[in-house]
Write a protein that binds this ligand. Structure first.
Ligand code: MG
Length: 454
């Protein structure tokens, strides 16, 4: 049996450091399990730009083909692009090879259902069971799968964005926006040049080569965007944008060179979409309360779900949300699909700027202002993060709690959310309050409580 060690296994796939946990055996086992469960049929395989992607891809292909599945190879492209191809009725599933915002030595498989969404918990459990039991289907030699290259995925993705009813490309083009875009040498470089060209923007690119050699920590959070902020000022640009390596998260930098924080991305897009097509909104438990404020102003409901893209997506479909997503820069616009999609987010932000006739810095000042801190405590692999969170639940039983995901303690004008990560051996702590000082004090108090519980 394949050794499963130093890995983060979840219903959405498997993640680890390549060579120290994420070995070819592990990748092969998951691809065999997936192919055995959903096959035979054609499965879309895409990847981000990681140096290890080629090796992992070959193991994925072998696993799928051995189970009698064909591979539709979309190559290096954004996660949302692979999701859109997977949705096509001729395809029965998809695997994305990306460790998203994790450092460059990591890689992972994200497993998709045939509708282009991540696997549900139930479907994911079936794959894990097959891996644990080495329960694989091996196709007869003449039924082994084949690989078909597919080169138009990016083009089709851009076409779908431009065809959105709320997007008036001509109006954006007339504004001749100047944008600085930081792709962090991820897959962003495969789509953003064409997207900005279609929208008539003048672009200065930072790190556009999709070579996986991330020059900085690839998470698009303010502390990693110093080079981008400087470049926006230097080039006198209207906007700075940063995407993570698989292009499902988007962060904005203002024309004044200030990072607007990734929570602002969804808030900005939500305000725009609600102004066009009022309707309910879905976000996860950790997302800024700005979204609740915007929903309240628009007279619609803001629904909250457990953290995890699939939870937001399922709820968004269920209640027919007009906009959904995650505060980490993950914009889901159900009009095109309920997957986090940075290129869609970029088009919506540019449309909003074009229609508002405001600079992004002016627009940002119109939003409710809160201070959010995202912190974490790293645990050894053998400590049960979920058990630690459970104990916290008991010690705060007298408070106003939201238990949809871990523990969220709600105060009059602030909140703190503590949960075990689904993808890493850490406890995430997220707090939001009207001022930086109040938020920091809240985080400090709960961090020491968590440390005492371990
Ligand atoms: Mg990502």
């Amino acid at each position: 049996m394949t050794e499963l060690k130093n890995l983060m296994i979840s219903v959405s796939g498997v993640r680890g450091i390549v060579g120290d946990g994420l070995t070819p055996d592990v990748v092969l086992a998951f691809a065999q399990a997936y192919g055995s469960e959903v096959g035979p049929g054609r499965i879309v395989v895409g990847r981000d730009s990681r140096v290890t992607g080629e090796m992992v891809k070959n193991a994925v292909w072998a696993g799928l083909m051995s189970a009698g599945c064909d591979v539709l190879d979309v190559g290096i492209c954004p996660t949302p692009t692979t999701e859109l191809v997977t949705e096509h009725p001729d395809n029965i599933g998809g695997i994305i090879i990306t460790a998203s915002h994790n450092p460059r030595e990591w890689n992972a498989l994200k497993l998709l259902a045939r509708n282009g969404l991540f696997l549900t918990a139930e479907a994911g459990e079936k794959i894990i069971k097959r891996v644990n039991e080495s329960d694989f289907h091996f196709a007869h030699w003449d039924k082994i799968g084949k690989v078909y290259p597919y080169n138009t995925a990016i083009e089709e993705h851009i076409k779908k964005i431009l065809a959105l009813k709320v997007i008036d490309a001509e109006k954006i083009r007339n504004k001749k926006f100047k944008v600085v875009a930081d792709c962090c040498n991820g897959a962003g470089g495969t789509i953003l040049p064409q997207l900005f060209e279609a929208l008539g923007c003048e672009v200065v690119f930072l790190n556009p080569e999709p070579n996986g050699l991330f020059p900085r920590s690839p998470e698009p959070i303010p502390e990693n965007l110093g080079e981008l902020c400087l470049a926006v000022k230097e080039h006198n640009a209207d906007l700075g944008i940063a995407v993570d390596p698989d292009v499902d998260r988007l962060a904005l930098v203002s024309d004044e060179g200030q990072p607007l924080g990734e929570e602002f991305t969804l808030a900005c897009v939500t305000r725009f979409v609600l102004s066009k097509t009022p309707g309910d909104v879905v976000v996860n438990a950790s997302t800024t309360r700005v979204i609740d404020d915007l929903a309240q102003t628009a007279g619609v409901k803001c629904h909250r779900t457990k953290v995890g893209e699939i939870n937001v997506a399922v709820k968004a479909l269920e209640i027919n949300a007009v906009i959904a997503g995650e505060g980490n820069g993950g914009v889901m616009y159900p009009e095109i699909h309920v997957g986090r999609d940075a290129p869609v987010g970029i088009a919506l932000v540019l449309q909003y700027l074009a229609e508002s006739n405001l600079k992004i810095s002016e627009l940002a000042r119109q939003f409710p202002q809160y201070s959010m801190i995202k912190d974490k405590i790293t645990l050894p692999f053998d400590v049960d993060a979920k058990a630690v969170v459970e104990q916290l639940k008991d010690s705060h039983a007298a408070d106003n709690l939201d238990l949809i995901d871990g523990v969220k303690v709600l105060y009059d004008n602030s909140w703190i959310h503590i949960r075990a990560s689904n993808t890493e051996p850490i406890i995430r702590i997220i707090a939001e309050a009207p001022s930086r000082e109040e938020t920091a004090a809240l985080v400090k108090k709960f961090k020491s409580e968590v440390m005492d519980l371990q």
